[in-house]
Design a protein around this ligand. Structure first.
Ligand code: KG4
Ligand code: ZN
Length: 461
């Protein structure tokens, strides 16, 4: 233990094996992410069994790389933090088992972190790194004397780290967590220098990122689809196809049907205002209808075969949707199976038109315009109705350029503040887990050896 407040974060909830060292929840010393995307791309989505296998392969080298990059050894760490859920059961288990063993062997406290809380801390970490004077202070009094881990069924009320004397620390914030597994709105309320979370809205079916992935797949582009649609939409006409989101009527969403998706399972919906509920399965079907009506499917399949010949050949007839690794900031370990022949995302209109006709660019632009518009409408309505003047937007879809630009412009127009993580911190990473663990470390909230993963772990009330 160095007493410097060094926390090793470990994240393995889905298809990224990540480790990071963050000092006092406010300074990233290293952040390493090993992506499994090349492994899953040939199947058009994440295969849970393969994810567990890849986490097992990657976890040791990724943690070693994070320590080396931070220029520290295990002996310098003050705690080990790990994602406890939500996520894939087998994938969570790898990170948790490794973190437990490491903490036990080194005599370090173990801290369990909710993945969604981690995403929110990605924004807070970025804010603290941008203005370091606002970072929380290290409290060396607190040592790992007893476990306060509440077990797999729930977390204690969330305590976010105090954000110095900034006025930001005293006002409520609305957080939109928008990723491949979640589209959730949380009201983050300050209480004595800390925060508590309550769920105020969420998707009833697909997450927004899931819709991006499915639409990209349908159009013959790679997995994950978000970066592709983001790149293509810049060169299309967003008014070409008038997609519309129907209103979710009060109580209709309580029809007694069991939730259909992973995203829908993570929280109850009974008490939520229907104005703050999302649904993305309809627009996905609308895109499918448009593609069929305009006979674009054949063209999409030809493109997939042209752009990804090896994978397309091996997956003939399987609805194959391959992946091309998007350029990301920060450090990423190259996946063992990545393809060196992956085409790059288009940067110019000419490059985009070399990939697909204008009609597909227009479709991508219209889809994205509608999705971002719906996210904005409900997020701003919730912020206004709940009195939040500060909005935090995080998760993989928060990397989207149109989303960032439009949310920022609308927030400025309404006199609200909006904050995003860096692009590297928007998608899954372990720096956000180590940052979220810091206030728990300060409060002495530690997990014990009985910690296990909870695939549908909820955040807040
Ligand atoms: O947060 P994340 O890495 O993993 C989950 O917790 O789900 O989010 C991944 C999701 C994928 O659905 C991906 O398509 C989407 O984030 N995504 C994007 C962009 N980059 C990633 N969606 C829209 N625009 C992007 N630039
Ligand atoms: Zn995530």
């Amino acid at each position: 233990m160095s007493g410097r407040g060094l926390i090793l974060g470990i994240e393995s909830s889905c298809d990224e094996t990540a480790a990071a060292v963050v000092e006092r929840g406010s300074r990233t010393l290293s952040s390493v992410v090993a992506s499994q995307i090349a492994t899953h791309a040939r199947y058009g989505g994440v295969v849970p069994e393969l994810a567990s296998r890849e986490h097992l392969r990657a976890i040791v080298p990724v943690v070693r790389a994070a320590l080396a990059e931070a220029d520290i050894t295990l002996a310098d760490l003050d705690a080990v933090a790990v994602t406890a859920g939500p996520g894939l059961a087998g994938a969570l288990l790898v990170g948790i088992t490794y973190a437990k063993a490491l903490a036990f062997a080194q005599g370090l406290p173990l801290i369990a972190v909710n993945h969604l809380e981690g995403h929110i801390h990605a924004v807070l970490l970025h804010e603290r790194e941008s203005s370091p004077e606002e970072g929380g202070g290290f409290n060396p009094r607190i040592m790992p004397t007893e476990s306060t881990w509440a077990g797999r069924d729930g977390f204690q009320p969330i305590q976010l780290s105090p954000e110095g004397n900034s006025s930001k620390a005293n006002e409520p914030a609305l957080a939109l967590v928008v990723s491949g597994g979640h589209t959730h709105l949380y009201l983050c309320l300050p209480a004595h220098g800390a925060w508590s979370y309550s769920l105020v809205g969420r998707t009833l079916d697909d997450a927004a990122g899931e819709a991006y992935d499915k639409v990209a797949k349908l159009l013959g582009f790679g997995y994950p689809g978000g970066p592709w649609i983001d790149a293509l939409a810049r060169f299309g006409n967003p008014r070409a196809v008038p997609f519309a989101f129907s209103r979710i009527k009060p109580k209709v969403h309580l029809g007694g049907k069991p939730p259909r998706t992973k995203a829908a399972l993570t929280a109850p919906i009974a008490d939520l205002n229907p104005r703050f509920l999302f649904s993305f399965s309809g627009i996905k079907t609308a895109v499918l209808r448009y593609v069929e009506l305009h006979e674009l499917r054949g063209e999409a399949l030809k493109r997939a075969a042209r752009l990804f010949p090896l994978q397309a050949e091996s997956l003939k007839g399987m609805g194959f949707s391959p992946y091309i690794q998007p350029p990301v900031e920060g450090r990423a370990l190259a996946p063992a199976e990545s393809s060196s022949t992956s085409p790059a995302l288009p940067q110019t209109k000419e490059e985009a038109l070399a990939l697909c006709p204008q009609q597909v660019l227009d479709l991508a632009a219209s889809f994205q315009c509608a999705v971002v518009g719906d996210l904005m409408k409900k997020t701003f309505a919730a912020a206004e109705s709940l009195g939040a003047r500060r909005i935090l937007i995080t998760g993989g879809v928060a990397a989207n350029r149109e989303l960032r630009a439009r949310f920022s412009a609308e927030a400025a127009r309404r006199g609200l503040r909006v904050a995003f993580p860096t692009l590297a911190l928007s998608t899954d990473n372990a720096a956000m887990i180590a940052a979220a663990a810091w206030p728990r470390f300060q409060a002495g909230e530690f997990a014990d050896g009985s910690l296990s993963g909870n695939p549908s772990l909820a955040l807040g009330r």
